[in-house]
Design a protein around this ligand. Sequence first.
Ligand code: UGA
Length: 436
Amino acid sequence: MKLAVVGTGYVGLVTGTCFAETGNQVTCIDIDARKVEKMKSGIIPIYEPGLEELFLRNSAEGRLQFTTSLAEGIEGAEVIFLALPTPPGEDGSADLKYILGVAKDLGPLLKHYAVVIDKSTVPVGTAEKVREAIAANATVDFDVISNPEFLREGVAVEDFMKPDRVVIGTSSDKARAMMNKLYAPLVRQGNPIIFMDERSAEMTKYAANAFLAVKITFMNEIANLCERVGANVDDIRRGIGTDSRIGKRFLFAGIGYGGSCFPKDVQALHKTSEDYAYDFAILKSVMTVNEDQKTKLIPHVESYFGGDLKGKTIAVWGLAFKPYTDDIREAPALYNIRELLARGASVKAYDPEAMENVANLSDIGPKVTFTKDAYSALVDADALMIMTEWPQFRTPEFEKIETRLKNKVIFDGRNVYELDDMRERGYTYISVGREK
Ligand code: UGA
């Protein structure tokens, strides 16, 4: 099929590249001319494991093309994906200006029937608004459908190619048949395409992310209580995760969820509930608890140093909001670095992928010392904080830590070490939900 993808962020680029890989002819459209030039010359603008290989191969074989022109990009396209940003507006609701702007431009450019797909996470009722915006100037028949994306950064290619399910919201038989054809290669293992009305599809995406945010937050609260009653959250996780009704995944306590999706989507769903005069109480708690959770280790660091961090140097391992990404949006590490700097501490940081992004932040970038590897961050540092569970931090050479770090003290926001092991090694080791 011939496809167009408008917007080359994470979702757009993964969608375009993966559908090129399954044999479609794909044109990706972006207004950022520099980005488009880079992509044309084979430079992928995001770090995502496994994506570059597909990006290069499909570009080289001519199935994946790039342009800044909407008119050129959608020429002949049977399917047009809208994968545009929906940043939170001041009141927390998703801002639709990018999506509706493109929809308005699309109307006069459509020359034949096409299915226009909302791939971005958009509030209930957006498909209707997109339809109206296109229809205002369209001369041909078209459908607007909702097809939310459930991929995770860091495993995006795998999630896209082998989705647990594909959700399609439409009442059009023609669009439905085209979606069955387009997604057939991705659902060969029997994973379902679930058809529903478009409002339910839009809501499904928010419900999925909000549910996962609730799940994580619930465990974070259990962890906080474990610390008070003297229980171990890792044992609780194993104890409840084996119940198939609960499931093993997304039960890891830590310093809160971050990223571009959970915080934004929980806020947006809460705003939707307010718009419909519904008090979605659990979402309010999730937002508050997660905010507090991010910096919960700071008081421990402070008290270890007798209440004063002035003149102390803290090594920080991990800046990205999770491993296998360079994404630092809403990353707990940033909140912690801000708190440390505000208390007069210096910060030496290492992350395998995200250092450049933090260096570019005007408020903290110039104040943080970035090091070439994890151990260099420990030289002359008074303590180590672990903020992201990159695998290389899991089994470090402890001798190297000990010869560099001034004190044997680790504040671990991701529970990467075993308590007994750290006790045997003689560390002061503060983690989440495992201390009395
Ligand atoms: C999330 C969803 O998992 C995807 O299904 C969805 O498509 C995506 O948002 C989106 O809406 O685009 P993502 O933000 O890439 O994906 O990252 P996750 O792997 O879900 O992690 C989110 C945050 O939760 C991270 O900060 C992670 O550290 C935290 N987390 C995750 C925990 O604290 N504990 C866990 O057990 C799992």
